[in-house]
Design a protein around this ligand. Structure first.
Ligand SMILES: [Zn+2]
Length: 225
């Protein structure tokens, strides 16, 4: 049990890469996933996560966190907020920033892991190439690891395999750990479209990564089953 690992799986490209990284490193029998329903506008993410976990042969738990919607103010949880590069609250951050999201996710993940005797947590946050979300920084994750370990009196280790990888390198990692085919089931598009819109910032960043890696995105040739 001590060597089991819990992956925070959103249904996106990064967390799916982390799932396969964890399976490669710890073995699929040791891996479980958790997905948070935080009132995201795009419910398709939740279906993606379930499908991805199921195809990978790992258990997935769906946990509700419905407070973010009540807080409002982020384009990812509030349909009245449009997706723009600068938010009204902090001009340095895009409107897709959900304040505290990763802090809350990892804290709930740790609580869930604690009860299951799991000490390894994996998250797909990265500080490279991204929108500059402050809760994706290595410093933040290290501080949180210390806080949850102290607060639950348990030695948690938060693994951040994508932290310093460019989108290109993330795609190459997915290939290396056997997760490339699973990319067909991932969701990235901010517009919530499937097939993806291809023009939103999330689609553009994803396409850039695959282009630079010289690999075709399996999502673009995927057919829903
Ligand atoms: Zn899009």
């Amino acid at each position: 049990m001590g060597n089991s690992v819990l992956v925070v799986l959103s249904g996106g490209q990064d967390s799916t890469t982390c799932l396969y990284w964890a399976i490669d490193k710890f073995g699929s029998d040791a891996v479980e996933t958790v997905t948070f329903d935080y009132g995201q506008r795009h419910r398709i993410e939740l279906e993606c996560a379930e499908k991805i976990a199921s195809k990978a042969g790992v258990r997935n738990a769906l946990l509700p966190i419905d407070t973010f919607g009540a807080l409002g103010g982020s384009a990812l949880t509030d349909e009245r907020v449009t997706i723009v590069v600068e938010s009204e609250v902090n001009r340095d951050l895009p409107s897709t920033f959900v304040p505290g999201r990763n802090l809350i996710f990892l804290t709930f993940a740790a609580a869930f892991a604690y009860q299951r005797g799991i000490k390894h947590l994996v998250t797909g946050v990265a500080q490279t190439d991204y929108s500059g979300y402050p809760d994706c920084r290595e410093e933040t994750i290290k501080a949180l690891q210390e806080a949850i370990s102290l607060g639950m009196e348990a030695e948690f280790e938060i693994h951040i395999p994508l932290m310093h990888l460019s989108k290109k390198k993330t795609v190459l990692l997915a290939k290396k750990v056997g997760g490339l085919a699973a990319m067909a089931d991932t969701h990235t598009c901010y517009e919530g479209s499937r097939p993806p819109c291809g023009t939103c910032p999330a689609c553009e960043l994803r396409a850039k990564g695959f282009d630079e890696a010289g690999i075709a995105d399996p999502l673009l040739s995927a057919r829903d089953d």
